[in-house]
Write a protein that binds this ligand. Structure first.
Ligand code: SF4
Length: 321
């Protein structure tokens, strides 16, 4: 059987509160192969970012991984030491955040930051590290990279800063990039450029990508596989083509209906009624039932399993299929 580059099984993340423990991620599982692109979509509070962060154990306290496994290159990342994780972060799996300043340090030049990142993982000279940095800046289309290496983050525009963050994420030729809403903080005109660049570089280097976003439109253009999350669980997962053309889960259907351009001109944009439940007040049964017009019977009492439904080549968690 072919081994996947990354395999997440039954992942569970909890938060310790004074009043008890709260399950933020429940029974989440997916795989990623070399060079494959997976989109994790859902509204704010669905658990997308917590899922992405947990892959390299960046969950901050009081959160912690309470169950499941994250298999990567023969190791279960939920069980390795902090030293091993530190080596994997940035080196084999790197992260791109929404705000470039979460990665960039304002008091150091771009060149210093890039060289330090390389030298923390590779035994090469500073001169060689700077040469690699120049090459990576060139790949993300930063003009005059030799000169710009000596500048500070504030001397770049938001779009340029995110290009630099992409260059940093690629410095050590990682196997996987996890991009958490990488274009949300940018101007609309720059968003498409940055997404195109990310796609171009992942394709060129055969890098796997996990794209975390609320924007199903972006995901449908960039990824090959989609996991739709709702209230800490995956509610539908399958090929992007199948899901976009023929969504099964009522929540996925709502997200697609809410895409700009999915309705006739002049018609108001559709919005899924209601909002994501608070994790402290999760509805019984299917968590989506208060917002679902098909809810009836066991929807109110039984959590639907994520399984293959009928002849559809994907998994969905809904009693109606
Ligand atoms: Fe709607 Fe019931 Fe399906 Fe949940 S299980 S999405 S409430 S039909």
């Amino acid at each position: 059987m072919m081994e996947h580059l990354l395999e997440v099984n039954n992942l569970e993340v909890k938060f310790k509160l004074r009043t008890g423990e709260l399950t933020a991620i429940d029974n989440v599982g997916f795989t990623l192969d070399k060079g494959e692109r997976l989109g994790i979509v859902g509204e704010s509070g669905a658990g997308k970012s917590v899922t992405g962060f947990s892959i390299i154990n960046l969950i901050s306290k009081p959160g912690y991984i309470s169950g499941g496994e994250i298999m990567f290159e023969g190791k279960d990342l939920t069980r390795v030491s902090e030293d091993v994780l530190r080596h994997i972060r940035g080196n084999r799996i790197s992260m791109i955040f929404q705000d470039p300043m979460m990665t960039l340090n304002p008091v150091f030049t771009i060149g210093e930051q890039m060289a330090e990142t390389i030298l923390a993982h590779k035994n090469i000279s500073r001169k060689d590290a700077l040469e690699i940095s120049v090459e990576k800046l060139r790949q993300v289309h930063i003009p005059s990279p030799e000169t710009r290496l000596n500048q500070y983050p504030h001397e770049f525009s938001g779009g340029m800063r995110q290009r630099i963050v992409i260059a940093i994420s690629l410095l050590l030729d990682p196997a996987i990039i996890i991009a958490d809403e990488p274009t949300t903080a940018l101007d609309v005109t720059i968003q498409a450029e940055i997404m195109e660049l990310l796609l171009e570089l992942c394709e060129k280097n055969d890098t796997g990508m996990i794209l975390i976003t609320h924007d199903l439109g972006v995901v449908s253009q960039v990824t090959e596989k989609i996991a739709v999350m709702y209230a800490g669980r995956i509610v539908e997962i399958g090929s992007t083509e199948n899901i976009v053309a023929n969504p099964l889960h009522p929540y996925t259907k709502g997200l697609i209906k809410a895409l700009p351009g999915s309705r006739g001109t002049g018609e108001k944009l559709y919005q899924i009624p209601g909002s994501m439940p608070n994790l402290t007040e999760m509805p019984k049964g299917c968590a989506f039932h208060p917002r679902c017009e098909l809810a009836e019977g066991e929807c109110f009492s039984k959590v639907p399993e994520l399984i293959q439904r009928g002849n559809f080549r994907r998994l969905a968690a809904c009693h109606k299929f």
